[in-house]
Design a binder for this molecule. Structure first.
Ligand SMILES: C[S@@+](CC[C@H](N)C(=O)[O-])C[C@H]1O[C@@H](n2cnc3c(N)ncnc32)[C@H](O)[C@@H]1O
Length: 149
């Protein structure tokens, strides 16, 4: 929503959305939300990001196709490296997942993010996550925001 609103219409961008849970992926891919869930989305996006339809339990807000077609959903286990993915990514968001990993798995996943990001690209983690021992490969810009060196 942010990219569509803030980049020129001609910009060519895509999102690779991954999770280990096929259920989570199916839900995300469906892109249906209740009005209460969609209320958490900033107002400036609400009118253009959703189309309202009727569901069995009331109104359903469906993410519009123009947004859905930008997102590719794939199952990925971040605990198994190397990832079967190639770069160049501008940004990796990995929020509140590395907290479940042991230090070795966490370091291996962060090394993969480094491989996939273009130089100067950003890694965003959860607000309470700190990546220790990556100072030679990432610059910490602000809490939870790292820049690939
Ligand atoms: C606490 S949720 C965080 C969801 C979202 N990133 C956020 O910040 O709201 C953790 C997510 O990580 C996924 N997950 C757990 N272990 C994983 C793994 N090894 N590889 C990929 N995803 C994993 C779970 O299925 C779940 O969707």
């Amino acid at each position: 929503m942010v990219l569509r609103a803030d980049l020129p219409a001609s910009a060519d961008w895509r999102i690779l959305a991954t999770d280990i849970s096929t259920l989570a992926l199916q839900r995300a891919q469906r892109g249906n939300y209740t009005p209460a869930q969609a209320a958490a989305v900033p107002r400036r996006f609400q009118a253009t990001a959703f189309a309202t339809g009727a569901g069995p339990d009331g109104d359903v807000l469906r993410v519009v196709d123009d947004l859905k077609r930008r997102v590719l959903f794939r199952r990925l286990n971040l605990g198994r490296t190397p990832f079967p993915i190639r770069g160049d990514f501008d940004v990796v968001f990995c929020r509140n997942v590395l907290i479940y990993f042991d230090p070795r798995q966490r370091a291996a996943a962060v090394a993969e993010f480094h491989r996939l990001l273009r130089p100067g690209g950003h890694l965003i983690v959860g607000p309470s996550e700190t990546l220790l021992g990556v100072e030679d490969r990432f610059e910490r810009r602000q809490p939870a925001v790292y820049r690939r060196v």
